[in-house]
Structures are given as structure tokens and as C-alpha cells.
Design a protein around this ligand. Structure first.
Ligand code: GLN
Length: 202
């Protein structure tokens, strides 16, 4: 990353909650880039996989030939944030038998795991590694994290103690929608990962 320019953070814009992530990226002082085609990935410093419908996104990723170039970016260490459906795309295990898409984050998720009664809800999270202030979080047909492997670190838990934000190296994911509230700690953490990356010797 060139220190002269603002970090460029892409948002996969095939489907789903794109606009709010674009606004959040602007708020933290980075440059948002909507990603629809492989050429949109050029020169990105980080990528966000938004919420939406993971089965549809899986199909569109292949239809637009985005799966392999995004996997290659991850292999090269580009920081990534997946929210809700984006978390499903990043996980190594999907409980209902779907094949993993990127398989970068050592967790098992159960799609719509919070159940029909709780299609959508808001709650306060404990986020000890991001400061004492609890994080207000919006869940929409959210995946439930049903197991976390040794390689992954839990950053936030719901009131029942279940993991809802997980990090493994440069891959970060939340089962909730951090773009829908004013709390920018998750987006800032992604930016910190970009800045750490820029300081690594080449
Ligand atoms: N339930 C959706 C899925 O399984 C995710 C919901 C969301 O991203 N808000 O793909």
C-alpha cells in the first residue's frame, strides 16, 4: 500500500447489504470500491463480503468468475471482513451440508441458526478485545457459529455466550451486521489490519 493514498476497501456488490458498508468505509476515511467484476479487485487493500443470501452469492461469485481471484487475494494476505452471509462464505464448515466457498475461517456455522422466531433482533455484545463499551448489534436471519477451531479467536459473544465475531489472521467475520449501526469498531479493525500489512517488510 502506498502511504500517499487512502486505503481502498472493496465491497462485493453482487447482492445484499452493500450501500451501508460503502458508507461505513467512507466514515473511517478509506475509499470504497464496489466489486462486480474481477477487474474491480485490482489494487484493493481489503475486501468486505456483505450480508445477503449466501446461496445466491455463491452462484453469482461463479457466474462472474470472482471466486478464484478473491481466493487468490486471501492467499496473498489481503485482509477480509465477512458479515452475516459473508461469514458463511468465509467459514470452513457449513452445518447443513453445503460445500464451503472460501474456507478461510476455522469455524462451523449453521445457516439461519438463530431460528425463525428470531428472524431479526438487536442485542448488546461483549467485545473485550475491542474495548469495554458493549457493541449494539443487529442480527438478520443470522448464521450461528456452532464451533470455533483452535486457529480462530473469538472477538465478541452474544448474551448467551455464543461467538458472533471471529478473527483468524487477516480474516475477520461477524454473524451480525456492523454496517447497520454507528459503531465503526469492526470496520476500523479491518483498516488496522491493512495498516499492519503496510508496515510488514516486503
Ligand atoms: N440467512 C442468510 C444466508 O443463509 C444470511 C442472512 C444475512 O446475511 N443477513 O445466506
Amino acid at each position: 500500500m502506498n502511504a500517499e493514498r487512502r486505503p481502498r476497501i472493496g465491497v462485493l456488490a453482487l447482492q445484499g447489504a452493500v450501500r451501508e458498508h460503502v458508507n461505513a468505509i467512507r466514515e473511517i476515511g478509506a475509499e470504497p470500491v464496489e466489486v462486480r467484476l474481477p477487474r474491480d479487485l485490482v489494487d484493493l487493500d481489503a475486501l468486505i463480503l456483505p450480508g445477503g443470501e449466501s446461496t445466491t452469492m455463491r452462484k453469482l461469485l461463479d457466474a462472474y468468475n470472482l471466486r478464484e481471484p478473491i481466493a487468490a487475494m486471501a492467499r496473498n494476505g489481503t485482509p477480509m471482513l465477512g458479515t452475516c452471509a459473508g461469514m458463511i462464505l468465509l467459514s470452513t464448515r457449513i452445518a447443513d451440508g453445503d460445500e464451503p466457498v472460501f474456507g478461510l475461517l476455522d469455524i462451523e456455522v449453521t445457516r439461519n441458526g438463530y431460528g425463525r422466531q428470531l428472524d431479526s433482533f438487536e442485542t448488546e455484545l461483549e467485545t473485550p478485545s475491542l474495548g469495554d463499551e458493549p457493541m449494539h448489534a443487529v442480527f438478520i436471519r443470522a448464521p450461528m457459529v456452532t464451533s470455533v477451531g483452535d486457529a480462530a479467536e473469538v472477538l465478541a459473544t452474544d448474551p448467551d455466550g455464543r461467538p458472533v465475531a471471529v478473527r483468524q489472521g487477516r480474516v475477520l467475520a461477524t454473524s451480525f451486521h456492523p454496517e447497520l449501526t454507528g459503531d465503526r469498531r469492526m470496520h476500523r479493525l479491518l483498516l488496522t489490519m491493512v495498516e499492519e500489512d503496510a508496515r510488514r517488510p516486503a
